[in-house]
Design a protein around this ligand. Structure first.
Ligand code: NAD
Ligand code: UFG
Length: 332
C-alpha cells in the first residue's frame, strides 16, 4: 500500500486488518507522521510492516514487493492540495504522474498486475448534470485534477496493452470523518483546505470562524453542495474492490460516494449538533474553481463490488469530532 500512513490509507489499513488481509505500507512521510503506526498497532493488534520510502524509487518498490511477496497494490500516495498544485504544477506532475509511472513499472518488473488507484470526483467536467455517473464527461480544471485524469488514462492504456491487469480507479467524492475509536483521523498540516477539518478546528477553538466560500450559488441555501462520504466506508470500498479485482480483469472507474448532496451550512449545522458547540461563520466570496454542486451516482459500486456507503452524515460529524477532541493538534 502506497501512502498508507495518510488519512484514507490509514483507514484502509484497518479495513484490511479486519478482514485478515496482510499488507505492507510504503510512505515517505511527506504528509503523515510515524505516530500513525502506533495508533494502527493499537487498533489492529500488531505493528503493520512499514517501509519509509518514496514511490519514485523504483528499486525500493521492486525490492519491497519481492521481499513481501506482494500480490496487489493500493496506491494512495500523492499530493492533493488543489491550490498548491496551481502554484507548483511540476511538483504535482512529478509526484502524482511520474511517481505513479515508477510504481506501475515496478509492478510490471515484479509481475504484480492488480491495482487500486485513488482517483477523484474532481476529474468530472464542470458541465455535467447531477448525479455524476462514471460515463459522464471528464475534464479537470487544475493541475491536481489533471494528474488524476492522466493517471486514469494511463491505466486504461495499460489494461488494453495487457489483459492480465485488474485495475480499479476509485473516484472518491468527499471523504470525511474518522475511525470511531478516535485513534486515527485527518491531520492536516497548516491551515486546512477542506471544509470538515476546518469546521472541526473552529469547533475545538483553534480557529475563530469558518469562511463560507460563496453564498450565492444556485443551491437551496446558496452554499456549495457536496457528497460527503465516511472515510471508513471509502476504506471498506477498497477491500470490496480488491475482492472484485481478484475475479475480474480489465480497468474500471467507479465512484465512491453516498449519492446525496449536503450544503456547507447543512454540514456546519450537523457539526454543531455532533459537537454541542456553536460554530461561527462568515459568508465570503466564492473560492476560484469551485463548482456549485457535486454528487455521485452510486449504482456501479453496488453492482460491481456490492459496496454502498452505510454511515450517515451524523456519524461522519460525530467521529470527526471525537478524533478532533482527543487530538486537538492532530498527530503533532
Ligand atoms: P494524505 O496526504 O493524507 O495521504 C497521502 C499519503 O501519501 C501521505 O501519507 C504522504 O506522506 C504519502 N506520500 C505522498 N507522496 C509520496 C511519495 N512520493 N512516496 C511515498 N509516499 C508519499 O491524503 P489522503 O486524503 O489520504 O488521500 C489519499 C489519496 O486519495 C491521494 O492520492 C489523494 O489525491 C486521493 N484523494 C483524496 C481525496 C480527499 O478528499 N482526501 C479526494 C479524492 C482523492
Ligand atoms: N468550503 C468552505 N470553506 C472552507 C472550505 C471549504 O466554504 O474553508 C466549501 C467549499 O467551497 C465547497 C465545500 O466547502 O463548497 C467543500 O469543500 P472542500 O474543500 O472540503 O472539498 P472540495 O469538494 O472542494 O474538494 C475535495 C478535495 C479535492 C477532491 C474533491 C472531489 O479537496 O481534492 O473533493 O473528490 F478532488
Amino acid at each position: 500500500m502506497t501512502g498508507g500512513l495518510g488519512y484514507i490509507g490509514s483507514h484502509a489499513c484497518v479495513a484490511l486488518a479486519q478482514k485478515a488481509i496482510p499488507f505492507v505500507i510504503v510512505d515517505n512521510l511527506a504528509n503523515s507522521s510515524l505516530g500513525v503506526i502506533d495508533r494502527l498497532a493499537e487498533l489492529v493488534g500488531y505493528r503493520p510492516p512499514f517501509v519509509e520510502g518514496d514511490i519514485r524509487d523504483g528499486d525500493l518498490l521492486v525490492e519491497t514487493m519481492e521481499r513481501h511477496a506482494i500480490g496487489a497494490v493500493m496506491h494512495f500516495a500523492g499530493s492533493k492540495a488543489v491550490g498548491e498544485s496551481v502554484a507548483m504544477p511540476l511538483d504535482y506532475y512529478v509526484n502524482n504522474v511520474a511517481g505513479s509511472l515508477t510504481l506501475f513499472a515496478a509492478m510490471v518488473r515484479t509481475g504484480v498486475k492488480t491495482l487500486i488507484f485513488s482517483s477523484s470526483a474532481t476529474i468530472y467536467a464542470q458541465t455535467n448534470a447531477m448525479p455524476l455517473a462514471e460515463h459522464a464527461a471528464l475534464g479537470a480544471s487544475n493541475p491536481y485534477g489533471r494528474t488524476k485524469l492522466f493517471v486514469e488514462q494511463i491505466l486504461f492504456d495499460l489494461s488494453v496493452s495487457d489483459p492480465a491487469w485488474s485495475i480499479a480507479c476509485l473516484r472518491y467524492f468527499n471523504p470525511v470523518g474518522a475511525h470511531p475509536s478516535g485513534l486515527i483521523g485527518e491531520s492536516p498540516r497548516g491551515t486546512p483546505n477542506n471544509l470538515v477539518p476546518y469546521i472541526a478546528q473552529v469547533a475545538v477553538g483553534r480557529r475563530e470562524y469558518l469562511s463560507v466560500f460563496g453564498g450565492d450559488y444556485e443551491t437551496e441555501d446558496g452554499t456549495g453542495v457536496r457528497d460527503y462520504v465516511h472515510v471508513l466506508d471509502v476504506a471498506e470500498g477498497h477491500v470490496m474492490a480488491l475482492d472484485y479485482l481478484r475475479r475480474h480483469a480489465g480497468c474500471v472507474a467507479v465512484n465512491l460516494g453516498t449519492g446525496r448532496g449536503m450544503s456547507v451550512l447543512d454540514m456546519l449545522h450537523e457539526y454543531e449538533r455532533a459537537s454541542g458547540r456553536s460554530i461561527a461563520y462568515e459568508v465570503t466570496g466564492r473560492r476560484p474553481g469551485d463548482v456549485a454542486r457535486c454528487w455521485a451516482q452510486v449504482s456501479l459500486a453496488r453492482d460491481l463490488f456490492g459496496w454502498q456507503a452505510t454511515r450517515e452524515v451524523e456519524q461522519m460529524c460525530q467521529d470527526s469530532w471525537r478524533w478532533q477532541l482527543a487530538n486537538p493538534d492532530g498527530y503533532a
